[in-house]
Ligand binder design. Structure first.
Ligand SMILES: [Zn+2]
Length: 131
């Protein structure tokens, strides 16, 4: 495994940890790290609410990247509750595709950290509904 994935995992781990924010909101059960094309790493946690106001960790990390003036994703890593395995949900994939419609297929996604399994977003989402 290359050091960038390890660095991303450490960044995501640093913000991981479920917290009860209020009677209706919890956060941090899942965390994610997004590496932009410039090489900066942005993190995000999932935010769960009693209705549909929350957000996945991956999208929160992408929004953090956008908030900081960067718009191109290089890599995505998520730490789900089942320790390290899983791909981004459809909404997170859709955001990444809309953000980079010409280049999204090259985004690298860590789908199984313990076994160092990386997939391209193009493999997970080969046909876009608009494209
Ligand atoms: Zn998601």
């Amino acid at each position: 495994m290359d050091n960038i994935w390890i660095e991303m995992h450490e960044a995501a781990e640093a913000v991981l940890g479920e917290k009860t924010i209020s009677e209706y909101v919890t956060a941090g059960e899942v965390s994610a790290a997004v590496r932009s094309k410039s090489g900066r790493i942005y993190t995000g946690v999932c935010i769960d609410t009693c209705s549909t106001l929350g957000i996945c960790a991956e999208r929160n990390a992408v929004f953090n990247m956008i908030t900081n003036g960067e718009y191109e994703i290089d890599r995505v890593l998520c730490i789900p509750p089942n320790e390290g395995k899983g791909a981004p949900c459809g909404a997170c994939r859709e955001l990444m595709v809309q953000l980079m419609p010409e280049k999204y297929k090259d985004i690298e996604i860590m789908t199984d950290y313990p076994n160092d399994r990386v997939m391209k977003l193009g493999e997970l989402t080969p046909e876009w509904w608009i494209g």
